[in-house]
Design a protein around this ligand. Structure first.
Ligand code: 5GP
Ligand code: ZN
Length: 113
């Protein structure tokens, strides 16, 4: 979709640090590292947010979250993870391409998420 920053990342027009990629989705580091390894998981097909997705597309996205989350937790030796997902401006959504936040948690972080 024109002027969607995450579509441009998926297309490789804007650089990102990729964590995982397959035919359906891309996971890349959030430019704001709330904690080390803060990752965004996005479906490759543009949708505004979860409220606009079909059940099948949402199921496909969420079916892969545990695998990606475990990869990050193990690689970074995190102690846990917050998984967050914002829909519409009033709920904190600032980029209008569906995305899931994976925020690793560590013993030494300050627990503000
Ligand atoms: P939201 O507030 O919509 O739930 O989350 C959007 C996220 O996208 C924010 O955490 C923000 O830091 C991240 N973000 C915005 N622009 C870029 C970008 O160009 N590259 C990357 N990697 N992350 C971005
Ligand atoms: Zn998009």
């Amino acid at each position: 979709m024109d002027n969607c920053i995450f579509c441009k990342i998926i297309a490789g027009e804007i650089p990102s640090t990729k964590i995982y990629e397959d035919d359906d989705l891309l996971a890349f580091l959030d430019i704001t590292q709330t904690t080390k390894g803060h990752t965004l998981v996005v479906p490759k097909r543009h949708t505004r947010n979860l409220l606009a997705m079909t059940p099948d597309d949402a199921a496909l996205l969420f079916s892969k979250i545990p695998m990606i989350a475990n990869k990050i937790v193990k690689n970074l030796d995190a102690k846990g993870m917050n998984i967050l997902q914002n829909n519409e401006e009033i709920a904190g959504q600032s980029v209008f391409h569906t995305h899931v936040h994976l925020i690793p948690r560590y013993a030494e972080d300050d627990g503000f998420v």
